[in-house]
Design a protein around this ligand. Structure first.
Ligand SMILES: *Cc1c(COP(=O)(O)O)cnc(C)c1O
Length: 445
């Protein structure tokens, strides 16, 4: 089911094969360097790339751009209270700004921070405080052929192992990322959330939920966790978030907006600390780096994100892309997660060794074949990490139709069936290896 229709459109075009060949070569075989006009279906990310509703556009026009005491801020605050159950917020320009505000307030040098899996910017902000980010994923979280309804879960056993090793006083924060973005967008159960709450209480840590995809996660909980069968999405989302002391949120994900983010808090002291840090890095506490109009659009987007029709359709859309790919013999991570389908490029190109980047090769071939832009999350993006060579096809919210997904699946199938594909080698790369997939340039081997 689709719970909306289009009332504004953006023209797109499939560039000719010749233009695509030239474009990818000029881009140094790195799709981050492609101009968006050269891309036909853009599955690079689901972050800030969604389509806003007419209600969001209407709210945007009513944005209050006052520096202090903005009415749009009050609307956002009220929305967070209603939808997420948190009484206080500190706005930020996007999710990573919120991470800086919260983790800069909670984490100190020498600390250890636990997370089911740290998302890239979370890992970087924890490390930036001089602390050590440690992942505690559920067993099999990274296995493309694994099984399980909640493979995004936090392994509390691993958490206790780390605490036994380093001591509870070095672990001030435990984070639960829902859905688990870095583990193929797999969901986290409410039961697991309760166990992480208990764990955090035991070791005296602050429990933070990274709620970027809290609505998608609630959709999975309703479908898979017996206790919640038939419950409204809005109730499930509020219950799951109720276990946390604080939230980090990116408005560009389940805020259904193109910008923005915030920290949500219960406790007054931590709120005050975050407000002070927010002023330093983001802006005055009633706008925090967002325009008033962006806060107004986000306030509406948060409410729409937990509407029944929206969440069902969203998960169905991603599942559809996964099914179309699987039907055509393209190996994917199953079951599909909340925001993207992951192709196992290592299986597509068994003859290309990791050092010749099978994932990045798949990404470039997919662009050449169909003007489709995905992103590599394997040996190119994570040098030295022991991870499968996955390619992520992220689905922007409310933007693409089944015809687009059929086109993507046909192109991916053509790439999968291609023989004699050579890998790539790096020509130039930046000095920070963690950021190399954004700017490095490559060429065919
Ligand atoms: C996107 C994301 C962030 C950071 O948000 P931005 O708005 O991109 O800065 C943090 N955590 C998770 C899980 C995310 O997906």
């Amino acid at each position: 089911m689709v719970a909306y229709r289009s009332s504004m459109v953006e023209r797109t075009e499939l560039p000719s094969r010749g233009r695509r060949e030239r474009a990818i070569e000029d881009a140094g075989y790195n799709v981050f360097n492609l101009a968006s006009r050269d891309v036909y279906v853009d599955l690079l990310t689901d972050s800030g790339t969604g389509t806003m509703s007419t209600d969001q556009w209407a709210a945007l026009l009513g944005g209050d751009e006052s520096y202090a005491g903005s009415e749009s801020f009050e609307q956002l605050e009220e929305s967070v209270r209603d939808v997420m159950g948190f009484p206080r917020i500190v706005p930020a320009h996007q999710g990573r700004g919120a991470e800086n505000v919260l983790y800069g307030s909670l984490v100190s040098e020498g600390d250890v921070v636990l997370n089911n899996t740290h998302f890239d910017t979370t890992r970087a902000h924890v490390a930036n405080q001089g602390a050590e980010p440690v992942d505690c994923p559920a067993p099999g979280a990274f296995d493309p052929d694994g099984e399980g309804d909640f493979r995004g879960n936090f392994s509390v056993d691993r958490g206790y192992e780390v605490v036994d090793r380093v001591g509870a006083d070095r672990v001030p924060v435990v984070i639960l990322t829902i859905t688990n973005n870095s583990a193929a967008g797999q969901p986290v159960s409410v039961e697991n959330t309760r166990r992480v709450r208990e764990f955090a209480d035991r070791i005296g840590a602050t429990f933070v939920i990274d709620a970027c995809r809290f609505a998608e996660n609630a959709g999975f909980v309703r479908a898979r966790e017996g206790e919640f069968e038939g419950d409204p999405i809005a109730d499930i989302a509020r219950e799951q978030l109720s276990y946390a002391d604080a939230l980090v949120m990116s408005g560009k994900k389940d805020g259904l907006s193109n910008a923005g983010g915030f920290v949500a808090l219960r406790e007054e002291d931590l709120h005050e600390q975050c407000r002070q840090r927010g002023i330093l890095y983001e802006g005055f506490p009633t706008y925090g780096g967002m325009a008033g109009r962006d806060m107004a659009a986000l306030a509406v987007g948060l409410r729409e994100a937990v509407e029944e029709g929206y969440v069902e359709g969203r998960l169905e859309r991603v599942r559809t892309l996964g099914n179309l790919l699987a039907e055509r013999g393209v190996p994917i991570y199953t079951p599909t997660g909340g925001h993207a389908v992951y192709v196992d490029a290592g299986e597509v190109f068994p003859d290309i060794p990791p050092e010749a980047f099978p994932g990045q090769t798949f990404v470039c071939e997919l662009y050449r074949e169909g003007g489709v832009r995905g992103v590599e999350l394997g040996s190119f993006a994570f040098p030295g990490a022991d991870r499968p060579d996955l390619v992520r096809l992220a689905v922007p919210r409310r933007s693409y139709h089944r015809e687009h997904f059929e086109h993507v699946a046909d192109a991916a199938a053509a790439v999968t069936n291609r023989e004699n594909v050579r890998g790539l080698e790096i020509v130039s790369e930046p000095s920070t290896p963690e950021l190399r997939h954004f700017t490095a340039e490559l060429r065919p081997r």
